[in-house]
Design a protein around this ligand. Structure first.
Ligand code: SAM
Length: 284
């Protein structure tokens, strides 16, 4: 029988455990029992493309060797949640505008303003940050002096982020003014847009797994922005990652996470901002 006509194979309990463990070890992401069918569908879909019949055979393939790593990077892109949007949480993004404006007003912008967006998906988050930061420099009549490093585990997302091309609907959260300043239209009908070169030149997209922060060289950051990533991780792991991120901030640097993503975390060198609309911490 042709593979495509066969029923999607079912993961046994043991196989589900195995795949779940592999995914969590490698990405930190935990799949709950009610997401089992999603996991099964994605894995089986990829097996179908490769003509592999058995979960065990595919499991062995992705768990070993260089070829396995290549295959893993294809699969992982299908297993992660990549939902994102421009200005997904406006208040958090606007808190960075405030920080940059204060620095400029206090003439405290002697070095490049460095931002790290972790789990940047297809780029909407780092480009939103770039828009507000760029605004501040331009409004003050200053030459923009900032850089954004944006990392993610998904290679296809990073590729699309680098291109910076988005359909009209994606731009709905962007104001008309922001659209005019920071996007160019790619067709006459106004259906597709590209982020302007002046922003794209400021954002460097790079592959990075939050589970391997030790391999990432970002230090002395002015801002670390990590939203809607840790939510898929176990609580103890979220705290460990945040402790590491705290150490990558400059004094006066700010860590911004998703509101409510971590409830029981404090750090001796960080102080939470009193603004309850955001979850942001400043390093002393
Ligand atoms: C739901 S999206 C959030 C995107 C953006 N931060 C936002 O809030 O709109 C989660 C992103 O985290 C990435 N991700 C998941 N696990 C990761 C890991 N271990 N290391 C790096 N990125 C990861 C996914 O690939 C995905 O692009």
């Amino acid at each position: 029988m042709v593979w495509s006509l066969q029923k999607t194979p079912e993961l046994t309990d043991l196989q589900f455990e195995q795949w779940n463990k592999l995914l969590e070890e490698r990405t930190g992401i935990q799949v709950s029992a009610h997401q089992r069918s999603f996991l099964q569908l994605q894995i089986a879909g990829r097996m179908r493309e490769l003509g592999i019949k058995y979960f065990s055979e595919y499991f062995n393939q992705v768990s070993s060797g260089l070829q396995g790593m290549v295959e893993w990077s294809i699969l992982v892109d299908r297993l992660v949640v990549k939902e994102t949007s421009f200005f997904r949480h406006r208040d958090s993004i606007e808190s960075i505008r405030q920080l940059v404006q204060n620095r400029i007003n206090n003439q405290d912008m002697t070095e490049s303003f460095e931002v790290w967006s972790l789990g940047c998906a297809t780029g909407e988050e780092p480009y939103s940050l770039a828009m507000v930061i760029n605004d501040c420099f331009e409004l003050a009549g200053l030459e923009p002096y900032y850089g954004i490093t944006a990392t993610d585990i998904s290679q296809p997302s990073l590729q699309s982020a680098r291109e910076g091309m988005y359909g009209k609907r994606k731009l709905e959260p962007v104001t008309a003014e922001e659209r005019a300043r920071y996007f160019k239209t790619l067709d006459e009908t106004g259906e597709s847009y590209q982020v302007s070169d002046k922003l794209r030149d400021r954002v460097c997209f790079s592959h990075g797994n939050v589970m391997n922060l030790g391999e990432m060289p970002m230090v002395k950051m002015d801002v670390i922005f990590c939203q809607n990533v840790l939510i898929y991780f176990r609580r103890w792991r979220r705290r460990e990652i945040l402790n590491e991120l705290a150490s990558r901030l400059k004094p006066g640097g700010m860590l911004v996470i998703g509101l409510g993503e971590v409830v029981d975390w404090t750090h001796p060198e960080l102080q939470r901002l009193s603004d309850e609309r955001i979850q942001a911490y400043v390093r002393s």
